[in-house]
Write a protein that binds this ligand. Structure first.
Ligand code: FAE
Length: 525
């Protein structure tokens, strides 16, 4: 952690224990192992490589988010977004586009390597985090372990008993997952919005469940008491939390750098990978400045290459390598098996007496669990909408069992995704079936003013991009990429499009499983 802070303060784009004491660290162009990306998959790989004594470079296209701006804060809030919010845009692109059909949410900003990106394809856009910590910097922190039976359905070749007895507990422990205190939940103003949605679900005969989180609930209680600086209770989340959240830079990555073997290079985007001499890999990068200009192109050599660029980032790198002939033996299934985890957002309008509260914590802690309904499996998270005023909106992120899958293709230097609006409509129809029941039971209606285009259901973006290099298809059962040796995928691209719950605990646990195997079997002299 000390190294991460020192590096940020001195503006260095290389972060390691040695660099913390040097004004200009020596160039390290080769390393035994390179990790692309510092999200969940990348962070697990970095920590376990570092602990095994293997010198490792992590290449991350985003910034290190640890130095304060002129307002004294590292991150901006969701209600007052500035350039720090969004990856090289002139206007923010929040999931909620409007309120009362008014363009009140998004703001003009100057281009900057901001923390949240929205990668747009023809009929689907993908939200992802950019920076040291990847998605952990911007996500809701919901740390959910899927139903074992559904995990086994999605990963028939993985030993589910071993996952649930070893790798899930390991992941949860290292991520710092904690539960909310139920008594505090029942009493606090800040979760009135969840209790109202729970009441409406119960009136429909539906079950709700608490969802654990990596946000420190002890800190949140101190925020309410006024003894700790506010973050979740100050509308911070989508563009980063200044306090309270155990993002990867404070857990896995801090521990990785702490081994003394791991260096993180920031603002350095991997543009291509190819084979080098004697079974090694050459990794080509572009280092950018805060305006997005490429200030340097570099090549690194490594013996072991771990891809943790996320579902879109990793799939793009592998497809480019296959289609340009750099790695021609990659499996034909690279690019396939992609899904949205059935994501749909929606809002309901409550009766005037059913107030959701002007005070709302940004951290979701409860879901409506109707996954066992085989006719229409949905897990719907009760999401906050912290606007600092009473708005009578109940907001949800529904995760539906959408079986549709899409394929990425790469040509003419750009990545395309075959996902169609009709495939999204499958998710919306499932969410509608569930929420029609809730509306009927409570005599309520949908909100049409939140997502633009007078729509009740936002099914054109996902927070949970999954697949593209599916485990057991594009890779072996441990993430080793087919066709090559010492080339690994450790991120969300391994998951075949659906998990039924939020994905990061599973991505972390699968990466732990891969690293445990690879470090024993593949690194022996
Ligand atoms: P990810 O975390 O996306 O990390 C990939 C990293 O690689 C990023 O830092 C990229 O900048 C970097 N990168 C990509 N390409 C390159 C390249 N070519 N060169 C260098 N660096 C590169 O991947 N999940 C949950 O479980 N619970 C939640 O509550 C939740 N809420 C979410 C809310 C939002 C707004 C968003 C966007 C996501 C949410 N997710 C949530 C999803 C979760 O964050 C996501 O599944 C994981 O972050 C994916 O982890 P990966 O390791 O696959």
């Amino acid at each position: 952690m000390v190294a991460l802070q020192t590096a940020a303060a001195t503006g260095l784009t290389r972060i390691g224990l040695s660099s913390a004491h040097a004004a200009e660290p020596p160039a390290l162009d080769n390393a035994p192992a390179i990790v692309v990306g510092s999200g969940y998959g990348g962070a697990v790989a970095a920590l376990r490589l570092g602990q095994a004594g293997i010198r490792t470079i992590v290449l991350e296209m985003g910034r290190l988010w640890n130095s304060a701006g002129p307002d004294g804060k590292v991150f901006c809030s969701t209600t007052a977004p500035d350039h720090r919010s969004t990856w090289f845009r002139t206007r923010t692109e929040a999931p909620l586009a409007t309120f009362l059909w008014l363009d009140l949410v998004n703001k003009d900003i100057s281009p900057y390597p901001g923390v949240l990106d929205r990668v747009r394809f023809a009929h689907m856009s993908v939200y992802c985090g950019r920076g040291v910590g990847g998605g952990s910097l911007v996500n809701g922190g919901m740390a959910v372990t899927p139903l074992k039976s559904y995990f086994a359905e999605q990963f028939p070749t993985v030993d589910a008993d071993e996952m649930y007895s070893t790798y899930y507990p390991r992941a949860r422990s290292q991520l710092g997952v904690n539960p909310i205190d139920p008594a505090w939940f029942e009493a606090t103003d800040w979760y009135r919005f969840s209790r109202v949605s729970r009441k409406h679900a119960e009136r429909t005969g539906l079950r709700t469940t608490f969802v654990p989180n990596v946000y420190d609930f002890g800190h949140m209680q101190r925020e309410e008491a006024g003894t700790a600086p506010k973050s979740a209770l100050a509308a911070e989340l989508l563009y980063g939390n200044n306090h309270g959240k155990r993002s990867l830079d404070k857990t896995y990555l801090a521990a990785a750098v702490g081994t003394g073997n791991v260096t993180i290079h920031t603002l350095e985007r991997v543009s291509a990978i190819r084979l080098g001499e004697g079974g090694t890999y050459v990794v080509q990068t572009q280092r950018i400045d805060n305006a997005g200009n490429v200030v340097e192109t570099k090549e690194y050599g490594c013996g072991y290459l771990f891809l943790g660029g996320g579902s879109v980032g990793t799939t793009e790198l592998l497809l480019r390598a296959r289609e340009t002939g750099a790695l021609p033996d990659l499996d034909a299934s690279v690019g396939t098996g992609w899904g949205t985890n059935g994501n749909v957002m929606l809002g309901r309008a409550n009766h005037l007496w059913d107030t959701v509260g002007a005070h709302q914590s940004t951290v979701p802690v409860m879901g409506i669990d109707d996954w066992a309904n085989t006719a229409n499996p949905v897990f719907a998270e009760i999401a906050p909408l912290p606007m600092g005023l009473e708005h009578w909106v109940s907001l949800y992120l529904a995760i539906t069992k959408n079986q549709e899958r899409a394929t990425f293709s790469y040509s003419g230097g750009s990545l395309a995704l075959s996902w169609t609006a009709a495939q999204s409509a499958v998710s919306s129809a499932m969410a509608k079936k569930l929420f029609d029941r809730i509306n009927r039971a409570n005599a309520t209606i949908y909100r049409y003013d939140l997502f633009g285009g007078n729509r009740a259901f936002a099914d054109d973006f996902t927070y949970h991009p999954l697949g593209g290099c599916v485990l057991g298809r594009a890779t072996d059962d441990y993430g080793r990429v087919k066709g090559y040796s010492k080339l690994y995928v450790t991120d969300g691209s391994l998951v075949p499009g659906s998990l039924g719950v939020n994905p990061f605990v599973t991505i972390t646990a699968l990466a732990e499983r891969t690293m445990a195997r690879v470090l024993v079997e593949d690194t022996a002299p």
